[in-house]
Design a protein around this ligand. Structure first.
Ligand code: HEM
Ligand code: HEM
Length: 163
């Protein structure tokens, strides 16, 4: 299969919707953490709208990430910029795959904890938090580095669809 020159409109839309959802998961994490503390103490947590947002927003990330992986497989993704040194190409690829892994594993561990009441799964869920934060920060810095230092127009790939 020959690689496309850019991402499709669906791939771009899904990238940004998922980015916003993940930021919201972090910004609005307090109510679900509190609800979980109540459950751990044997109580019944109120399923308020912000808690519901974490659960359904997180499950949406799972569905959208799976959808993106299907698109990646069926349609493909553009190759890294040619001028990029091989080790950086590899680092970018591994970084993207690690982000996909977390976009799948965080919702699964959260759901197993929430719907199955399994504490160990909540601990794994929480342990993945710094990994996600670090990967997203490095990803953002890499995008800014391409934009303002290398000035190679890489950011346009996630803005303008191309066949
Ligand atoms: C939670 C936040 C984010 C996540 C989880 C995320 C994840 C990803 C993933 C997995 C890819 C690879 C897509 C593929 O080839 O299948 C990607 C590509 C990309 N992302 Fe993000 N992203 C996030 C936020 C951002 C932000 C804030 C920016 C820029 C300000 C950004 C800019 C880009 C660009 C330019 C690409 C294309 C890179 C390339 O073609 O080599 N992303 N992102
Ligand atoms: C990509 C998706 C998700 C992200 C980024 C995410 C992120 C987070 C964060 C940052 C916390 C706070 C951890 C802390 O206390 O410091 C948290 C807690 C929690 N989340 Fe998620 N979450 C996601 C999906 C889900 C889903 C789908 C569910 C349930 C269906 C869920 C259930 C929980 C539960 C029960 C807690 C409290 C337990 C704990 O503190 O570890 N999460 N999540």
């Amino acid at each position: 299969m020959s690689l496309p020159k850019g991402y499709s409109r669906a791939q771009i839309a899904l990238h940004w919707v998922v980015a916003v959802l993940i930021v919201l998961q972090f910004v609005l994490h307090e109510p679900i953490a509190e609800a979980w503390d109540v459950i751990e103490d044997g109580g019944v947590a109120a399923f308020d709208p912000v808690v519901a947002m974490h659960v359904f927003g997180g499950l949406a990330v799972l569905v959208f990430a799976a959808w993106r992986l299907v698109l990646r497989k069926t349609r493909g993704a553009p190759p890294p910029p040619e001028a990029e040194p091989a080790p950086l190409k590899l680092a970018a690829h591994l970084g993207h795959m690690a982000l996909y892994a977390l976009m799948i594993l965080m919702p699964i561990t959260g759901a197993v904890a929430w719907f199955g009441g399994i504490e160990a799964s909540a601990e794994v869920h929480e342990a993945m938090k710094p990994a996600m934060l670090i990967l997203v920060a490095v990803h953002l810095l890499a995008a800014l580095w391409h934009q303002f230092w290398l000035k190679d127009g890489l950011m346009l790939r996630m803005k303008r669809a191309e066949k």
